[in-house]
Structure formats: C-alpha cells, structure tokens
Design a protein around this ligand. Structure first.
Ligand code: 4NP
Length: 151
C-alpha cells in the first residue's frame, strides 16, 4: 500500500482538492485498495472544506463529504510514504514540523508534471479554475509515476 498525504497551508482549499481528485483517479483506475490518501495543513485545523473548493469538486462529480481540516503532525512523516506540498512555502513548513526530510518523501505536486512550480493559493487569488487544472494535472502525473513503479 502506498500512503500519500497532500499538504497545504489551511487544508481547506488545495490539499483537500488534491486528496479527493487523487482518490477519484485511483478509484477510476481500479486501484483504491492499493492507496491510502489523506490531506493536512501546516497551520490550522478543524474547519470544513472551503465552499468554492467543495463546489469545484462537485462540478466534477467528486464529493468531499465529511472532510475537516487537520494539522500536519511530526509523526505523519513516519506514517506516509509521500508528503506532497502545494507550494514551496508548504514544503518549508513541512520540513520544519517534521524535522527535515531525511528519506526524501517530500515533493511538490507539480513536480509530477512537465512544468514544476507552485500551485497558487486560491484562498488569496480566488482562482479556483486554475487551482483545479493544476491539481488535476499534478494528480494525473503522480498516478502515472506511481503506476510506472509497479512491477
Ligand atoms: P489552502 O488555502 O492552504 O489551499 O487551504 C488557505 C486557506 C486558509 C488560509 C490560508 C490558505 N487562512 O489563512 O485561513
């Protein structure tokens, strides 16, 4: 089983979108049994998915029912195989909380695309369309990479 934790700042916009997009892709590929996919934030905890993010998922037939934000914990580093941030600031915070990345488990989501870069935070840009496209592209690239690792 491959355990993936998507991480952003608030865990109410980008990382929950990535969590549920990835779950959807994996389900459509018939691979759900092989993955644990969750998300967390480096700052706060306890809130529901931000309505525009939830709406964007719903537009694509994806539910995020029951998701509430949670904060990244140091111990998450040992639990997950991959900890995937949305932007470089997330990566910095992830390394700080987890005490570094000695096993090189941390990546940016768009590292799995042809155009590695940050995913702009729609909390500030209000551009959920661009966030959706970037997240979808990143998750597709990640799944492709993981499938290539199969025997
Ligand atoms: P996210 O966006 O990191 O993509 O979930 C944010 C959501 C909330 C806040 C910042 C970013 N906030 O400061 O409350």
């Amino acid at each position: 089983m491959t355990k993936i934790l998507f991480v952003c700042l608030g865990n109410i916009c980008r990382s929950p979108m990535a969590e549920f997009v990835m779950k959807d892709l994996v389900k459509k590929a018939g691979l759900s049994e092989q993955f644990l996919i969750e998300s967390a934030g480096t700052s706060r905890a306890g809130g529901p998915v931000y309505p525009p993010a939830k709406q964007k998922l719903a537009e694509h037939g994806i539910s995020c029912k029951g998701k509430t934000s949670r904060q990244l914990q140091k111990g998450d580093y040992d639990v997950y195989d991959l900890l995937i941030g949305m932007d470089y600031g997330n990566l910095r915070n992830m390394r700080r909380i987890c005490g570094g990345d000695p096993k090189q488990k941390m990546h940016l989501l768009l590292d799995f695309t042809d155009h590695p870069r940050d995913i702009a935070d729609p909390w500030y840009t209000d551009d959920f369309d661009t966030a959706w496209l970037d997240i979808e592209k990143g998750c597709q690239g990640l799944l492709l990479r993981l499938k290539m690792r199969e025997p």
